[in-house]
Write a protein that binds this ligand. Structure first.
Ligand code: ZN
Length: 209
């Protein structure tokens, strides 16, 4: 096992730590896996998942596997249209206050995986979570006063995870949407199925294009 420490803000904040075990996981045997990868490709084709000009990937997708364990697309995979089973990582547990995740798989999880965990913790019926980046949707939703985490809450912090939980509980919905105002262009959708969470993003893409 190796432990990776990343401080996304370099502000002496609580560091993001991943205890990662490099091992093969039976991704292809998970019932929703194919639907997840196909949904991710739909988002990729709309430019909602991809890479910035500097080559940094953005956007990640996940499904709940059991309780708070979830399967999430790996870090630095934004340049690939189709991931296949080797592009996913299992988050087996997480500690929100310590900003620490325990993961296993052929690739590592993104430091954004805590945001997915926050949704699964707050909404027990959520089966799938999508995090994408879009200038148009982000600006449009903020203009339209969509539920959002406060702009002062930065990406990759325990505060963001707690703000997401508060926001989900406020909505009290099976499926939903949160704009992360402190994470430029970033938003999250979730649903009782992969299709529900992806369809919502496709609808937003067309609404704000
Ligand atoms: Zn992001």
């Amino acid at each position: 096992m190796n432990t990776i420490q990343v401080n996304p803000l370099d502000e002496g904040y609580v560091k993001y730590t991943a205890d990662h075990t490099q091992e093969l996981i039976a991704v292809a045997e998970l019932p929703l896996w194919k639907e997840l990868d196909a949904g991710r490709t739909r988002l990729y084709d709309l430019g909602l998942i991809g890479t910035l000009p500097k080559g940094i990937g953005f956007g990640n997708v996940s499904i709940r596997v059991k309780d708070e364990a979830f399967l999430i697309s790996g870090t630095a995979t934004g340049n690939r249209r189709v991931l296949g089973p080797e592009g996913y990582c299992m988050v087996t547990s997480f500690d929100m206050d310590k900003n620490r995740v325990r993961t296993s798989g052929p690739v590592k999880a993104s430091s954004e995986s805590m945001s997915h965990g926050a949704i699964y913790r707050a909404c027990l019926s959520a089966r799938a979570v999508m995090h994408i980046h879009s200038r148009n949707i982000f600006d449009g939703l903020l203009r339209d006063h969509c539920p959002c985490t406060h702009a002062s809450v930065p990406y990759g912090t325990p505060e963001m995870a707690r703000a997401i939980i508060a926001c989900v509980k406020e909505q009290g919905a099976v499926s939903g949407l949160i704009v992360m105002a402190g994470h430029d262009e970033g938003l999250i959708t979730w649903g009782a199925s992969v299709q529900e969470a992806v369809d919502l993003l496709v609808e937003l893409y067309h609404r704000y294009r």
